[in-house]
Design a protein around this ligand. Structure first.
Ligand SMILES: [Zn+2]
Length: 96
């Protein structure tokens, strides 16, 4: 995996390279990760892409669009796209 050279010890976004540190609040980043196992085409491979808030939501937007395309002609109505991927709200301490 290509790693961008950083001048600090911050976690930097793997897409745009910006620091994920929010002054006074620490590092804020999302991650796309996978660990493929037996039977998968990528068996034995592990992935992790760390994303700043902007790049995370751009990636999520892409996934929402792909989801809409895949289900475009389904008979059943689709779930609300604004909820796609969200597993909690108002969870400020990540404890749910
Ligand atoms: Zn970024």
């Amino acid at each position: 995996m290509a790693v961008l050279a950083n001048r600090d010890n911050d976690v930097h976004c793997d897409v745009c390279g910006t620091s994920t540190r929010v002054p006074g609040y620490g590092e804020q980043f999302g991650a796309l990760q996978a660990s493929w196992g037996y039977g998968a085409r990528h068996d034995g491979e592990r992935y992790r892409v760390r994303l700043c808030e902007s790049c995370f939501f751009m990636a999520l937007s892409y996934f929402r669009q792909e989801r809409r395309v895949h289900h475009l002609f389904d008979d059943a109505p689709q779930d609300d796209d604004h909820e796609f991927g969200r597993i909690a709200r108002d969870d400020y301490w990540a404890d749910s």
